[in-house]
Design a protein around this ligand. Structure first.
Ligand SMILES: [Zn+2]
Length: 463
């Protein structure tokens, strides 16, 4: 298999490929647990991802990468050939799903050491994103299971050169068709797409059964939700809908940076009744929100250099420009103290929106937007869960947002839940996060597809 693959790769990448395969086998071999067909995890507290209270003294049986039984200790027979692992004092939660990711190759193993076993990739050049997806899903590269949108669809004159810009209905339909043929899992639309083009695009996507994830700009959230988009990324389009001044925001979004700045500041100017009303209207459409509070939080503190050396940053390579390029973002945006002060005021309104949306029964899904500026692959999803709790979710609801809700958004029923029949993606924690959400970062080890991953063994391969 390696030979066949090697032959098809350009010279420069051959060595990288072989090294990756060798590394993968080394790490998995060194982890233990991979050889046994049946694994019994005994005595842990279990949080299953469905939102119910933690259950104590549980056994989880795993066979060939799938969960076969979940029961109280002594309520299930442990097969004689099972590898038995005592987890008394530990807590098990489902493997995490990062519902808003931009996955880069270097980041793949970073996700895994932080317990993120699935990622919902939302933009990259289509070919390289789908190649990485294939490598990850076949196990050739160590990392999370990956779903991908390929490159996003933007309005005419797209902000990113590797996005597809569409200016007519025909182009919008064609862009969707091309992605369906390439094999994407869903469509991502971007800020410059206009309301007139959303309709044909959504029709084509519905015909091809591709859900639409939306980072809106010129389209407001209510219009997009009623047209059938499944998720509002970053809660985009909400300010447009709640402000009563859609036209001004639509104009600002003709330029990416202007639109971004206006929207990020716009939250601060919203009144609380309009936020509550918009949250109820949107929840009634069944659209999900992926708030990425961690993005809004980082933007509001982009002027604080301490964030570049906070815990978790030691996992980010020094040449990882996407995470570390804060000075260039500051130069490009021209953001100064008045903007940062407005962004910080906006944070309170964003949290209120999350609370109201939850109260109205809306689905909240956790995503990080890593590896964008200051966002750490894997680690920032834990920061997102903590911010969701600050906004008003319970720790168990935040865990559900980062597990079951992500699986539902991906329409991947065998993920995000620890019940019989589901894939054995899980995290063993040294502490119980039900009372303190930061315990999700206190990871003993991770299981991906039934194989035990020791974070230290993986980290050792980075040096
Ligand atoms: Zn993004």
């Amino acid at each position: 298999m390696t030979d066949g693959r090697t032959a098809r790769r350009p010279d420069g990448r051959t060595r990288v490929w072989i090294t990756t395969v060798a590394l993968t086998s080394l790490v998995l071999a060194g982890c233990g647990g991979g050889g046994a067909r049946v694994i019994a995890l005994e005595g842990a507290t279990l949080i299953d991802g469905a939102g119910g209270p933690p259950k104590t003294d549980m056994v989880v049986l795993i066979r060939d990468g799938r969960i076969t039984a979940v029961a109280r200790v002594n309520d299930v027979a442990i097969p004689r050939n099972a590898e038995r692992i005592s987890l008394v004092g530990k807590t098990i939660i489902p493997g995490l799903i990062d519902a808003h990711a931009h996955v880069e190759r270097w980041a793949a193993s970073r996700y895994l050491v932080w317990g993120v076993t699935t990622v919902r990739d939302l933009h990259g050049a289509t070919d390289s994103a789908l190649a990485l997806k294939q490598d990850l899903n076949l196990g050739a590269v160590i990392g999370p299971r990956m779903f991908s949108a390929g490159a996003m669809i933007d309005g005419a004159r797209p902000t990113y050169p590797n996005a597809t810009g569409v200016g007519t209905a025909v182009e919008a339909r064609r862009a969707v068709d091309q992605r369906a043929v390439a094999g994407v899992d869903y469509i991502k639309i971007y800020t410059k797409l206009t309301p007139e083009l959303l309709r044909p695009l959504a029709e084509e996507a519905a015909t091809l059964r591709l859900p639409i994830a939306a980072h809106l700009g010129r389209i407001d959230a209510v219009t997009a939700a009623r047209a059938g988009v499944v998720s509002l990324e970053h809660m985009s389009g909400v300010v447009q809908a709640a402000s009563g001044n859609r036209a001004a925001y639509a104009r600002a979004h003709a330029s990416f940076l202007q639109g971004w700045t206006a929207e990020e500041q716009g939250w601060a100017a919203l009144d609380s009744a309009a936020v509550a009303r918009t949250a109820r209207t949107l929840a009634a459409t069944r659209v999900a929100i992926v708030p990425t509070l961690v993005v809004h939080e980082m933007l509001s503190r982009l002027d604080n250099p301490v964030l570049l050396s906070r815990p978790g940053m030691e996992d980010v390579p020094h040449n990882a420009a996407s995470v570390r390029s804060v000075p260039s973002l500051l130069r490009r945006t021209g953001w100064r103290t008045p903007q940062f002060e407005a962004f910080r005021r906006s944070r309170r309104r964003q949290d209120q929106f999350v609370r109201e949306f939850k109260r109205a029964g809306g689905a909240i899904v956790a995503g990080s937007d890593a590896a964008n500026q200051l966002l750490i692959p894997g680690y920032s999803l834990h920061e997102e869960m903590a911010l969701l709790v600050e906004a008003g979710l319970t720790p168990l609801e935040a865990i559900t947002a980062a597990t079951r809700r992500g699986a539902q958004l991906l329409r991947a029923d065998s993920l995000g839940l620890l019940t019989p029949g589901k894939v054995a993606d899980l995290i063993v924690l040294n502490a119980n996060p039900a009372s303190n959400i930061t315990a999700t970062r206190n990871i003993a080890w991770v299981m991906s597809r039934g194989r035990i991953i020791r974070p230290d063994s993986v980290r050792a391969t980075w040096r």
